[in-house]
Design a binder for this molecule. Sequence first.
Ligand code: THU
Length: 128
Amino acid sequence: MGEALKARERSYCPYSNFAVGAALLCADGTVYTGCNIESAASTGCCAERTALFKAVSEGHRDFAAIAVAGAGKGEEPDFFCTPCGVCRQVMTEFCRPDFEILLTDGKEIKCMTLDELLPMAFGPDNLA
Ligand code: THU
């Protein structure tokens, strides 16, 4: 979670002023961080997908867990910031149902699986 909180500091979020950080743990132990990156044309990218796309573009396809922390810019997390639907679907592309998603409200860390956050997901297996 520490890496996700640190990644938040690099968030580019001038439109929402909501800064999110993520830290993705690959099966081989490598960690990729990501922050949300917004644009004037509303074509930004969430922190989770930034981390996933960084990792995939560097050749990683096997992931164990992701930590996510989000809050207003300059504030500390005080609720569990969960991945959006698009990020859950992208996770389904690359991660197994037991992929762990760690969330914090600043007080505790909650661990949920991808299957809990996106039950009955449509994924690559459905096209196999
Ligand atoms: N956001 C993330 O990066 N991850 C989440 O889990 C929730 C939302 C970003 C998208 C946008 O830049 C800002 O937070 C407000 O929605």
